[in-house]
Write a protein that binds this ligand. Structure first.
Ligand code: CP
Length: 313
């Protein structure tokens, strides 16, 4: 099906966007684009990864990432096993390392890990004995989200070069923001980040981005408006007075969208907090590509599993 991928990923880990060149990102997007039609078939199945085993090891809740990795693996005929921390021997006190060592002893061909602690997939990659894919580690990185975002943006804008990008919301806790900034910078984007001062990492200027606390200023001239979820589960103390006050200043609604370019696109990694960081009118409206992102998530994860597990052979 995919006869000449641009990149050789066989046996590699996918831990962060920082490990990928611009050519490799484009190669992954091109490969994923070729898998899109499989999900439109009546029989959604290719034999490509028959005999391979993919283990999804999730220590945090997930709807999109876990399901799309499972669907992606199954559409490529791999055997996919889902393990959540709550239903594993972690609750009996088994360590993360022992959990991974025991799973490695069953000889999987890829291990997808989501964990609240940054760096956990990197740690696992030292002894997993197979490619490790970061499915999101704390506030650090979410590489497959950034890749599916690049795929979605390329479909609409045709090129990733020199885009004006606004990233708005809870930047402090966002692995999606960090991975996307890393990806956009490979294509010389002009990036503006926007949110309350308390939800902005210190020294954000070191990332080579412009910072504003005015959502109207952020969206003006943006080709891509990337909204972020408020991650209350990661907030130890109140970082803003109330959700109502947050939404009064940072919710992307129709009034704010009047400042946007007519062909701007609005992304959100999900899950969305309707009426808090984005209004239903915008989330479900003509600028939104939010459900396209989810569709592309399956194709991108098919591409990642295909290339890392050696389907390109
Ligand atoms: N975008 C994303 O990671 O969503 P889930 O938490 O549902 O996987």
């Amino acid at each position: 099906m995919v006869d000449s991928p641009l990149v050789n990923f066989k046996g590699r880990h996918l831990l962060g966007i920082d490990d990928l060149s611009a050519d490799e990102i484009i190669g992954l997007v091109n490969t994923a684009n070729r898998f899109v039609e499989v999900s439109e078939r009546e029989i959604k199945k290719l034999p490509t990864l028959r005999g391979k085993t993919v283990v999804n090891l999730f220590f945090e809740p997930s709807t999109r990432t876990r399901t799309s990795f499972e669907i992606a693996g199954k559409r490529l005929s791999a055997d996919v096993i889902n393990i959540s921390a709550q239903s594993s021997s972690v609750v009996k006190g088994e360590t993360f390392k022992d959990t991974v060592l025991n799973l490695a002893s069953m000889r999987p061909d890829a291990l997808v890990i989501r964990h609240p602690s940054p760096g956990t997939p990197l740690y696992a990659s030292k002894f997993a004995g197979c490619p490790v894919i970061n499915g999101g580690d704390g506030a650090h990185a979410h590489p497959t989200q950034a890749l599916l975002d690049m795929m979605t943006i390329m479909e609409r804008r045709k090129s990733l070069k020199n885009l004006n990008v606004a990233i708005i919301g809870d930047v402090l806790h966002s692995r999606v923001a960090r991975s996307n900034i890393s990806a956009f910078k490979r294509f010389d984007a002009n990036i503006t980040v926007c949110g309350p001062k308390t939800l902005m990492p210190a020294h954000m200027d070191n990332f080579g981005v412009r910072v504003t606390h005015d959502i109207y200023e952020a969206v003006e001239g943006a080709d891509v408006i990337m909204m972020l979820r408020i991650q209350t589960e990661r907030m130890a103390q109140g970082l803003f007075p109330s959700l109502r006050e947050y939404s009064s200043r940072f919710c992307l609604d129709s009034k704010v969208m009047k400042k946007a370019k007519p062909d701007a696109i609005v992304t959100h990694p999900g899950p969305i907090n309707r009426g808090i960081e984005i209004s239903s009118e915008v989330a479900d409206g003509k600028y939104s590509v939010i459900l396209d992102q989810v569709t592309h998530g399956v194709a991108m994860r098919m591409a990642v599993l295909y290339l890392l597990c050696g389907g390109a052979d």
